[in-house]
Design a protein around this ligand. Structure first.
Ligand code: DP6
Length: 484
């Protein structure tokens, strides 16, 4: 039967596997009467070596180097193997969601391109995932031959350096954790390849920070799959700078840090989303097209050519960060709104000061800015604020009591003829009447169909795990489900 030869390998390999949890499961399945000639310790050894071979090599190698095919052990082994593969499929697939964030103190410019270290700190509001989110499923399985990623239904190149940075960092932390906890085996599937599938429920690269939600979701989900806990914003940052802020809900600052290795360049929650429930947010989608110049290359040119950007990073943002944190903590809307608008304007001024200049705002964006200032002037107080990222879409902040009236203002001056019924998405908005005086003070001609739609939302929580397994984006074969 060849058992003696096998028995020798057991003795050699058992020491490698003494603490492996699988042993105990397997031990239960081996019938006692099968190995009467050997002792209990020896029998335990068999189980240990099976676990060793299966985890470190593979079943085919194991079978070809032993003569156990004729034994009951082999029969039980096959049964165990198929059970184990099935349970792997379940336990090694995780789906999570992560939010978009909108900066009210902008990040623009890096001091280290590879580690993504910024030249100034920034602060953002996390938008609610009921309206805007990325969903990502990550699976590991020993049958996967390579790491693969599908974004919004299309397979993309996983060798992109930023994706590789996130994968490498999570696997490094998982290995560290495994070594620190003295696990001898590949419990987290560290030697296995990953399949990643991700979708957004909003237009990609339309100035709505899709890369922020995308990388935050990727890092959060990978961490769950590989059992990594703790501070993850420094890893998300290496996917896309603004992604580190999407690792938390509510009001979040990204502290620029000083160290060359970037270990102190982290996101931190300033206040949770529950802190300011009256705050309302509107995303005015001006254009769902891709932006002409991406943030990464735009900010590179700005760092090289704009003296205004240097002045902003060194002389303006440090004080503005302190004032903004104070305004958020005090729920001081006037200060929050004014700082938000000034910072957006200065960011776009640095884009114009870049050589050659970068234009992210278009004529519709400029008209939205006019409407907001004229609305505030009509009331003699700052009731509404705008901010724009690297694109023409506006994000508007206001308080609950002014919300429906301002939505009515937008609908009046930017009426939608093609999108009528579906113009407002997200949180419901009450009807409101506009006074003739307000319309006259704003004093613009209505501009039909210049805004495609409005998303009505509020501040929301950070990344979450989706417990309902039917929501996985990958099927049990590890491939994207057909509905994508
Ligand atoms: C204008 O985070 O997209 O939205 O770090 O190169 O990926 P990379 O850039 P990214 O830049 C965002 C810039 C911004 C302002 C902000 O979100 O703070």
């Amino acid at each position: 039967m060849g058992l003696p030869r096998f028995h020798t390998s057991v003795v050699r390999c058992a020491s490698l596997a003494v603490d492996h949890w699988l042993v105990f499961d397997w031990f239960k399945l081996i019938p006692h009467d099968c190995y009467k000639p050997i002792t209990n310790d020896q029998r335990r050894g068999y189980m240990l070596v099976l676990a060793t071979f299966v985890d470190l090599y593979n079943i085919g190698y194991f079978v070809s180097t032993t003569n156990i095919k004729d034994t009951r052990l082999w029969y039980n082994f096959k049964q165990l193997w198929s059970n184990r593969t099935m349970s792997d499929d379940k336990s090694n697939m995780v789906t999570c969601t992560a939010p978009v964030n909108i900066a009210v103190i902008k990040y623009w410019g890096k001091r280290n391109e590879e580690l993504i270290l910024p030249i100034n700190s920034s602060l953002s509001v996390t938008l609610h995932q009921d309206q805007l989110k990325t969903t990502t499923t990550v699976a590991t399985n020993r049958s996967f031959e390579e790491d693969r990623i599908w974004l919004n239904g299309k397979e993309e190149d996983i060798s992109h350096p930023r994706l590789q940075s996130c994968l490498r960092e999570i696997r490094r932390l998982a290995r560290k954790r495994r070594n620190d906890t003295h696990q001898s085996f590949d419990v987290a599937g560290l030697s296995q390849k990953v399949h990643i599938c991700s979708i957004n429920n909003f237009p990609t690269a339309a100035g709505l920070a899709s890369s922020a939600a995308g990388f935050a979701c990727l890092v959060y989900t990978l961490a769950r799959v590989f059992g990594v806990e703790g501070e993850l914003s420094a890893i998300a940052r290496q996917g896309s700078g603004s992604a580190c802020r999407s690792m938390y809900g509510g009001f979040v600052q990204w502290i620029q840090g000083e160290r060359d290795d970037g270990k102190d360049s982290l996101a931190q929650q300033v206040e949770p989303e529950s802190h300011w429930p009256e705050l309302r947010i509107l995303v005015l989608v001006v254009s769902a097209d891709r932006k002409p110049i991406g943030s990464t290359s735009g900010m590179q040119t700005s760092v090289k050519t704009s003296a205004l950007l240097k002045h902003r990073a060194e002389g303006v943002v440090p004080k503005r960060m302190g004032d903004m944190i104070e305004a958020v903590c005090q729920k001081d809307f006037t200060t929050f709104a004014e700082l938000t608008m000034k910072d957006s304007n200065q960011f776009h001024a640095t884009c114009l000061d870049t050589y050659p200049p970068i234009f992210y705002l278009n004529s519709v964006s400029q008209q939205i800015i006019n409407v907001v200032h004229r609305y505030n002037r009509h009331y003699g107080e700052t009731r509404v604020a705008y901010t724009f990222d690297a694109g023409p879409n506006a994000v508007i902040f206001t308080l609950e009591q002014h919300f429906s009236e301002f939505v009515q203002v937008v609908q009046h001056f930017f009426p939608s003829e093609i999108n009528g019924g579906k113009f407002i998405k997200g949180l419901p908005v009450d009807d409101a009447n506009l006074s003739e005086g307000l319309k006259q003070d704003i004093g613009l001609e209505p501009m039909p169909d210049r805004i495609s739609y409005i998303i009505s939302t509020k501040a929301g929580p950070g990344p979450c795990v989706v417990e309902d397994h039917s929501q996985h984006l990958l099927g049990s074969d590890g491939m994207p489900k057909k509905i994508l």
